[in-house]
Design a protein around this ligand. Structure first.
Ligand code: NAI
Length: 462
């Protein structure tokens, strides 16, 4: 077994860990990154953000070819799905990108140890698996991410009843897919299989779609998704599910059981903090297993830091990356800060849903007086020419100072459009600042301009 000393050992090669490792190397540290998976990039690249976006993109194109091409004068004859090819295309993207991370780490001289990392002492990590090594480091950073929450009463066989990972590779289009939890994963993967031809039923315990999203946008989204064919059952708590014969049966707290060809369990994610030696070393975890950290991301064990999904908060790749960078910059003695109130969220349905800052409900609850301006995409020439008129941009600004407090978008490319709002809020902009910024015509971004003008009741096009 090799023994090696580094300045920093990062456990986990996802968007939190590999980004932190590269930034630490840029800052002059001798860095190691430990990951048991030969493909670096974590959940995001292997079985999360990237493969799901590949399938969302492909399934959207198929759907458009089947349903909208003809209305634009495009005749393409018989259209059929080659699911194997679509899955291969997705896997190819994952392979290219995970290979890219490997090259980036090499370029930055980060030593990669393929194996499972476990803390054996305050400054010691043992790697087992493909590589066997004993590593010593002044600082250790946990970026071990999260894994799908599994209820024991739901008999997951990772085939008929599976998680998001299973739903990225169904070998055939299920006739009927039941999704437990109409959250971010449920909506994205539910959309994929619905576009490919499944009947998709989403069972949701809450009484409305996406409780964290601005209520007006979430109502708009629900109507749009229902028009697309997704079926929602709200206030429906799933108690158990099992494979029976060739299919599955889902049992509800109230109401008749529901049968399905396949079941996707997407009821949240839990931190990966077990079997890392944390309990043995007395590292403080909360009741859900999240590592407790101070503002420098240091755990209760000096020299042990943690970032990303394993410390809780928004389970987003970009939040983990931001924390990873801030953490190692702080270790290097620099000033660094993550602006948690300005982290954007995006749901990659069609249309996309994106937001940053506070919702109307949060502002009302906090007693903050605000003005709002909105612009529907139907009023925007570019959206009309794309045939993408569903949704709107809504800007919420402080009544007295006009400072932007929240921006909520449902619409095509909302995930790209939100970047302007995030940058504006980062610079402390007012809605007037956006209103006075020249936006190119014709673009979807004009909806942002019009919504900003609408805050002051002087929109031109809506
Ligand atoms: P989620 O937290 O978004 O949604 C889970 C849903 O399941 C909730 O609405 C909850 O009310 C419901 N639920 C829980 N137990 C239930 C039960 N027994 N019966 C019926 N409904 C039940 O979790 P999800 O979709 O699994 O995503 C996990 C994490 O991954 C989230 O934090 C999400 O933000 C992140 N993610 C982010 C993406 C993005 O940024 N585009 C994409 C995919 C995941």
């Amino acid at each position: 077994m090799q023994e090696k000393e580094h300045d920093l050992v990062v456990i986990g090669g996802g968007p939190g860990g590999y980004v932190a490792a590269i930034r630490a190397a840029q800052l002059g540290m001798d860095v190691a990154c430990v990951d048991e998976n030969p493909a670096l990039g974590g959940t995001c690249l292997r079985v999360g953000c990237i493969p799901s976006k590949a399938l969302l993109e492909s399934s959207y194109r198929l759907h458009a070819a089947e349903h909208t091409f003809a209305s634009q004068g495009i005749q393409v004859g018989d259209i059929s799905l080659d699911l194997n090819k679509m899955l291969e295309h997705k896997d190819g993207i994952v392979k290219t990108l995970t290979g890219g991370i490997k090259s980036l780490l090499k370029k930055n001289k980060v030593a990669v140890y393929q194996g499972r990392g476990k803390l054996t002492g305050a400054n010691h990590v043992e790697v087992t698996g493909a590589t066997e090594a004993k590593l010593t480091a002044k600082n250790i950073l946990l970026a071990t991410g999260s894994t799908p929450t599994i209820f024991p009463s739901i008999e997951v066989d990772y085939d008929k009843i599976g998680t998001s990972t299973t739903a990225l590779s169904y070998p055939e289009v299920p006739k009927k897919l039941v999704v437990i939890g109409a959250g971010v994963i449920g909506l994205e993967l539910g959309s994929v299989w619905s576009r490919l031809g499944s009947e998709v039923i989403l069972l949701e315990a809450a009484d409305r779609l996406l409780p964290m999203v601005d209520a007006e946008i979430s109502r708009l989204a629900q109507r749009t998704f229902e028009k697309q064919g997704l079926k929602f059952q709200f206030g429906t708590f799933v108690e158990s599910a099992k494979v029976e014969g060739d299919g599955c049966v889902v049992y509800l707290k109230e109401g008749e059981p529901i049968t399905a060809d396949r079941v996707l369990l997407s009821v949240g994610r839990a931190p990966c903090t077990k079997n890392l030696g944390l309990e043995e070393l007395g590292v403080e975890l909360d009741n859900h297993g999240f590592v407790q950290v101070d503002p420098n991301y240091q755990s209760s064990l000096p020299g042990l830091y943690a970032i990303g999904d394993c410390i809780g908060g928004a389970m987003l790749a970009h939040k983990a990356s931001e924390e990873g960078i801030a953490c190692v910059e702080k270790i290097a003695g620099q000033h660094a800060e993550v602006h948690y109130d300005k982290i954007p969220s995006v749901i990659y349905t069609h249309p996309e849903i994106a937001w940053v800052g506070q919702t109307e409900e949060e502002l009302k609850e906090a007693g903050i007086a605000y003005r709002k301006g909105a612009c529907p995409f139907g009023a925007i020439g570019r959206a009309r020419s794309m045939g993408d008129i569903d949704g709107k941009v809504k800007i919420l600004a402080d009544e007295k100072t006009d400072r932007i407090l929240g921006v909520h978008i449902m619409g095509a490319n909302a995930g790209e459009l939100i970047a302007e709002a995030v940058a504006a809020m980062q610079f402390g902009a007012s809605s007037e600042d956006i209103a006075k910024t020249c936006h190119a015509h014709p673009t979807l971004a004009e909806a942002m301009l019009e919504a900003a003008l609408a805050v002051d009741k002087r929109a031109i096009h809506c």
